[in-house]
Design a protein around this ligand. Structure first.
Ligand code: ADP
Ligand code: ZN
Length: 521
């Protein structure tokens, strides 16, 4: 038996490595650098913990969250490994004690917060260990925190490149559960891991069922969804603190054990709520994205989004908190174009440079594509992470294939109506013109005189709105929030207008008798 397998069995009590674990362990134990992309629950920890035990000296594990460190260290102590952590929760004396035991060679693993690792004092300690040949490896957990595009961005992570400069021969392993190609590149570049071997696992979470519905009456849609999960633990994500508070209160009023969590609450209240979520059964946590990273609760049965996340990665990461025990779980989201417009506004109004805004917008558009897809959601999701797969049979579009129809003519009418009215009006006005409704505004702008006035007899007002939303999702129309949500034509509108490309639209179906929209977006 290899030493790696021996350690797996004798220390951790497992008989087999999972997926790429063994290759990773062998590679890092032999002194190689690695970039590990593995979904949540895939078993990243062992990938550095076993090499840490196999190599002489202490392994330094960089981890962004105190709670995460505490959990890992207690689990390691339980199996008899010498592990400890250094972070701001410790007293000065306790921290000194840990530093001494590290220098004395009594530790196998030390978990440390990034801001502490880069202090001159800690680097001195590392120099000392380095000279004595007592630095086993560096593990950088939650490595996507180095990415400024993600919402977990931690500026201190950027300073970790110092490890490569200062200790070029000590193996480094970076791990994350989030990684589209862009983030992957960023991690490699910023942590100076360009020559590291990449280990990419499948990101599929087959036990999670994906459902995305158009927002109609979000509160009652949510209640209908929750009725299918009575007594189960779940997380409901909202984009604002206010909405978190309101939603939690409304659910509590309906007798649901809902708690709130957001960064605007006091630290104590937050930690009480988090604790209850972890320890009690069937708590529904209504939260902003401040809640989640490092929450290791295996039996979260559902994750619901009442607002659009910022990207597919965000969506994947947040929904990934469901079903870590491998049992069936559900990811449900209600979205609308208003969400999209709001997100675009956040991006445009941010202080960021043009390049940042461009990437953020592209990420949002990719997410919108996932919302509006007529094909398997999982395939779309995995495709975004460059992973090929077949239709899954466990998402709304597979289970209830959306009705689609050729809407090329209607699309052309809508696009030309946007053009005829000067690309200065929002969807409501454009729809009025299409269906020939002579409102005051239509008359004021003499849009009852344009050639597209009243040509849209084939759809009703809701149908046109749906079509316009899908044209926005498709990228043929853009929403300009600086001009009050005015619709404008994009480059991709051209082939449709010229008759060189068709347009297929998915038809929204009314809510089913279970009270929920299935398979439409
Ligand atoms: P991640 O950090 O990727 O989310 P963890 O390292 O926390 O995942 O592992 C998830 C769970 O899987 C843990 O309970 C862990 O003990 C278990 N696990 C990891 N590797 C194996 C293995 N080879 N055999 C059995 N269980 C494993
Ligand atoms: Zn599917």
């Amino acid at each position: 038996m290899s030493r790696a397998r021996e350690t797996l069995f004798h220390v951790f009590g497992y008989t087999q490595f999972r997926g790429p674990q063994e290759d990773i362990v062998e590679h890092v134990a032999a002194g190689g650098d690695a970039l590990v992309l593995m979904p949540t629950g895939g078993g990243k920890s062992l990938c550095y913990q076993i090499p840490a035990l196999l190599r002489p000296g202490v392994a330094i594990v960089v981890s962004p969250l105190i709670a995460l460190m505490q959990d890992q260290v207690s689990a390691l102590k339980e199996v008899g490994a010498a592990a400890d952590f250094l972070n701001s929760s410790l007293s000065f004396d306790r921290a000194m004690e840990i530093e001494r035991s590290m220098i004395a060679g009594a530790l196998d693993l030390l978990y440390v917060a990034p801001e502490r690792l880069v202090t001159p004092r800690f680097l001195d300690l590392l120099d000392h260990l380095h000279e004595a040949g007592q630095l086993a490896l560096f593990a950088i957990d939650e490595a996507h925190c180095v990415s400024q595009w993600g919402h977990d961005f931690r500026p201190e992570y950027l300073q970790l490149s110092i490890l490569q400069e200062r200790y070029p021969h000590i193996p480094r392993i970076a791990l994350t559960a989030t990684a589209d190609a862009q983030t992957r590149r960023e991690i490699a570049e910023r942590l100076c891991l360009v020559d590291a071997r990449e280990f990419v696992s499948s990101f599929d979470r087959p036990n999670i069922r994906y459902t995305i519905v158009p927002k109609d009456n979000p509160r009652s849609q949510l209640l209908a969804f929750l009725r299918e999960h009575t007594g189960e633990a779940g997380i409901i994500y909202c984009s604002s603190r206010k909405k978190v508070d309101e939603t939690a209160a409304a659910l509590a009023e309906k007798g649901i054990s809902a708690l709130a969590y957001h960064a605007g609450m006091g630290a104590e209240e937050r930690s009480i709520n988090q604790d209850r979520f972890l320890r009690e059964d069937g708590i529904v946590m209504v939260a902003t994205i401040a809640f989640g990273m490092g929450i290791d609760k295996p039996d979260v049965r559902f994750v619901a989004h009442l607002d659009l996340p910022r990207s597919i990665e965000g969506y994947y990461q947040e929904t990934g908190r469901a079903g870590r025990d491998g049992l069936p779980a559900e990811a449900w989201m209600a979205y609308s174009v208003a969400d999209l417009v709001q997100q675009r506004r956040f991006i445009d109004q941010s202080e960021a440079g043009d390049e940042v805004k461009r990437v953020a917008t592209a990420k949002l558009d990719a997410l919108l594509g996932l919302c509006e897809t007529t094909t398997c959601r999982r395939q779309r999701l995995l495709g975004y992470f460059d992973e090929d797969s077949a239709p899954c049979g466990n998402c709304d579009t597979c289970l209830h294939p959306p009705q689609t129809r050729d809407a090329t003519d209607s699309a052309r009418k809508a696009l030309s109506c946007v053009f005829r009215t000067g690309s200065r009006f929002g969807a409501a006005h454009v729809v009025d013109v299409l269906i020939g409704k002579a409102t005051d505004n239509v008359k004021k702008w003499q849009h009852d005189q344009v050639s597209t006035f009243g040509i849209g007899t084939e759809l009703d007002d809701k149908g046109w709105r749906t079509l316009i939303r899908q044209l926005v999702a498709h990228g043929a129309l853009a929403v300009d929030h600086e001009r009050y949500g005015a619709l404008t034509l994009t480059e991709s509108a051209r082939p449709i207008l010229r008759g060189e490309a068709g347009f297929t639209m998915r038809v929204d179906t009314p809510p089913t008798k279970k009270g929920r929209n299935i398979g439409t977006g």
